[in-house]
Ligand binder design. Sequence first.
Ligand code: NAD
Length: 299
Amino acid sequence: MLNHPQDSDLMEEEHLISCCTNIEVLDKVAYPSSRVGLGKKQSKPMILGIIGCGAIANIITDFALEEKLNADLKYFYDVDLDRANKLAAKVDGRAVLNLEDMLSNVDLVIEAASPDAVIKYVPKVLRAGKDVIIMSIGALIGKSFREKLNKIASLNHCNIYTPSGAIVGLDGIKAASMGKINRVSLLTRKPPQSLGIDASEEVVLYEGEAHDAVFKFPVNMNVAAALSIACKQDVKVKIIADPKVDQNCHEIHVSGEFGELTTTTRNVNCTSNPKTSQLAAYSAAQLINSLNNRINVGT
Ligand SMILES: NC(=O)c1ccc[n+]([C@@H]2O[C@H](COP(=O)([O-])OP(=O)(O)OC[C@H]3O[C@@H](n4cnc5c(N)ncnc54)[C@H](O)[C@@H]3O)[C@@H](O)[C@H]2O)c1
């Protein structure tokens, strides 16, 4: 005898699970997309559009092609229409001539273009009531712009997501920020070409606060911005161009009431854009998938 309405739901669920013979089917049947943003439910796969069809978009599109993305990547926009066309052709998607052509058809937009694109397009995406994933997180370093986007998002009942990108440890750092954080530092060491310079020996390009670093190296300092926002303080940053390394390396040290943590990430660069680490694209793809999960592990 069933005592609770939930019991029948559970039995139905168990029946579905027992009918499934592999995990792929299980994902589609037992765990239909459940959540796009807080409080929003939908039963169809999430439809995605992407702004910027470069290195990150290429990796995400390949994941879609390999059916590793739990969403339909359909719309592609880039100032370079050829790039948008190439990616759209991979997944039977559509390249659009302007952002408005995708907005009414998508559930979520991924910005993978540039800090300028965040300033220009993200407010429009939010005003259309669509969730957004921002990769060019350096654009969010300024508190007033963050507050502006936050206000538009809340007025339009949508969400802004920023994946952990090229670093690890943001989960622990966010948790640590519930208590007092005494010190946060970031040491970024990259091959000179990843920093847009030529150098035959190690050069310290910058030492100071994240806020300034982001303005001096806007395309390379997403990590400093993410870290500063996560720990709610301007992080001490050192940027080194090092011809002896062939990976983009980030060392983070945090100490505070929680104790102390150190993380090191040695990232494989994207072949089409050595400034960008493959892990950044992976983190966006994983975030997309986690929006469909009922159980989410990690802070
Ligand atoms: N969060 C992170 O840790 C992290 C890591 C790597 C890269 N990023 C950022 O993600 C963004 C994308 O990186 P990528 O390596 O794919 O770059 P990319 O240069 O390979 O590709 C960017 C694409 O966006 C297009 N684009 C640029 N500005 C545009 C605009 N205003 N409107 C339309 N299209 C525009 C370009 O034509 C290009 O095709 C960059 O801003 C980069 O700094 C973030």
